[in-house]
Design a protein around this ligand. Structure first.
Ligand code: NAP
Length: 435
């Protein structure tokens, strides 16, 4: 019997568990350990609440979770309740699938003012992550700035722009919906430090901006290269740029919509100013050098705004004793190997890139690597040893069966048309399992 511990119950964790099960059948026991009492990581707290079809992939993870040889061990913090070293003593392989839940910080003057918010916090807030339920973002101003030209920036802009009825069928949490209903925001600026050909936005997500009830995307054609130059782009990127261009051709048709989503290209934030809270963003115009990097032109302008949300990527939190690559914000690894018996997968391995589906080949690959290393296993204690440790420390884990009860309560609490109303407090989650 092989014993594998996976830390993190998001997509990378569950795809790895599925791969282990497919590889070994009943000859493996997998424990998926998570800090929260609820599973699925980014699917629950990262994927936008109005993208339910993407969230539906959790049904596949549930199939894996409900098999006898895979176990969910929720509400256990590695590093507090149990150490990585202890897990390494108990399991043949420990796989860190901890994702990249920390924001890359916006390192500019004024970056610590009230109203400067990282995307992990903002996305966590509207998705009901217990760490960010109290965020209370300032949506009372007329203008907000979003920094970054990736899909997260798009998600954030779309969520701020939507009307209440556009959230029907979503699982946006009540505290966020209530706050967004009272929003005064009329102008959402999306700042990219490079140009339209350098965006990291995918076509489907970009296309959605052209079909919002009260908001319209606004672009300035002077930022665009000649249309013929689009032919050099790879097909997905070309589609995205075609969407951007269509926002210009459809400007007349969209002009009645009162909220604007302004694409400000070649715009690098250099400082945030305000009296204790965000009042304006100072932006430097950029141009691209021959390697397509943005360089400042010295030409500056100001954008009045009451909130700045930086969507500039994420980092994996380091774990004491685990080698870490500070520059890239992920564990130091070679093809997922960190140290003997210790591995990483998904964003914790490669950094925050790709889609949910990218984690599937990643999860299957790491199990092949583990298999090459562990052979038929080393007679470790596995889950029995973990249970004994947790018992001794009076730590009670939340099981998948418990989660199903929590989920039942969330479904029962849903407002009309919504799939669930998430608990946003860990104590409420834990209480719901005994109902
Ligand atoms: P991302 O795709 O890496 O985009 C980050 C953006 O931030 C880039 O435009 C980057 O510009 C910009 N940036 C980085 N540092 C900056 C700085 N100091 N100042 C100004 N701009 C800066 O990251 P993400 O949007 O966080 O997304 C993470 C991953 O999740 C991506 O793979 C994404 O596709 C995926 N995702 C997918 C979906 C979906 O499929 N629906 C939704 C959300 C997220 P440069 O290019 O100039 O560096």
């Amino acid at each position: 019997m092989r014993h594998i511990a996976i830390i993190g119950s998001g997509p990378a964790g569950y795809y790895s568990a599925e791969a282990a099960q497919k590889k070994y059948g009943d000859d493996v026991q997998v424990d998926i350990i998570d800090r929260l009492p609820v599973p699925f990581g980014l699917i629950r707290t990262g994927v936008a609440p109005d993208h339910q079809s993407i969230k539906a992939v959790s049904r596949r993870y549930e199939k894996t979770a409900l098999t006898d040889n895979v176990r969910f061990v929720g509400n256990i913090t590695v590093g507090e309740d149990v150490s990585v070293e202890e897990l390494q003593g108990l399991y043949d392989a420990v796989i860190l699938a901890t994702g990249a839940p920390n924001d890359r910080t916006l390192d500019i003057k004024g970056g610590d003012l009230d109203g400067v918010i990282g995307s992990a916090a903002f996305v966590g807030w509207y998705n009901g992550h217990p760490d960010f339920a109290d965020l209370d973002p300032p949506l009372d101003g007329k203008s907000v700035a979003i920094i970054g030209n990736g899909n997260v920036a798009l998600d954030v802009a779309r969520i701020i722009a939507k009307t209440e009825s556009e959230f029907s069928g979503s699982d946006i949490v009540a505290h966020a919906l209530d706050k967004l209903k009272q929003s005064n925001v009329e102008k959402i600026s999306l700042l990219g430090r490079r140009g339209p050909h350098q965006i990291a936005m995918t076509p489907k997500e970009l296309g959605e901006l052209g079909h919002l009830d009260r908001a319209r995307p606004v672009i300035d054609m002077r930022d665009f290269p000649e249309e013929g130059d689009d032919a050099m782009l790879e097909p997905g990127m070309r589609k995205s740029v075609t969407h951007l261009r269509s926002f210009f051709t459809r400007a007349g048709e969209l002009r009645e919509k009162p909220v604007t989503i302004d694409f400000d290209f070649y715009a690098m934030p250099v400082a945030i100013e305000g009296d204790g809270k965000v009042e304006k963003l100072i932006i430097e115009k950029t141009e691209l050098d021959k390697d397509m990097r943005s360089i400042g032109t010295g030409q500056r302008y100001e954008l009045d705004c009451s909130m700045v949300i930086s969507c500039i990527g994420y980092r994996t939190p380091p774990i004491e004793g685990v080698p870490y690559e500070h520059g890239r914000g992920r564990f130091a690894n070679v093809d997922g190997r960190i140290l003997p018996g210790l591995y990483c997968v998904g964003w914790a391995r490669r950094g925050p890139s790709g889609t949910i589906g990218t984690n599937k080949p990643d999860g299957f690959a790491i199990i092949e690597t583990v298999a090459d290393d562990i052979g038929s296993g080393d007679n470790r204690e596995g889950r029995m040893g973990l249970d004994r440790l947790l018992d001794r420390r009076n730590v009670e884990a939340v099981t998948f069966r418990d989660w199903k009860k929590i989920e039942e309560a969330e479904i029962a609490n849903a407002r009309d048309g919504a799939p669930r109303e998430k608990f946003t407090d860990v104590a409420d989650m834990i209480a719901a399992r005994s109902n």
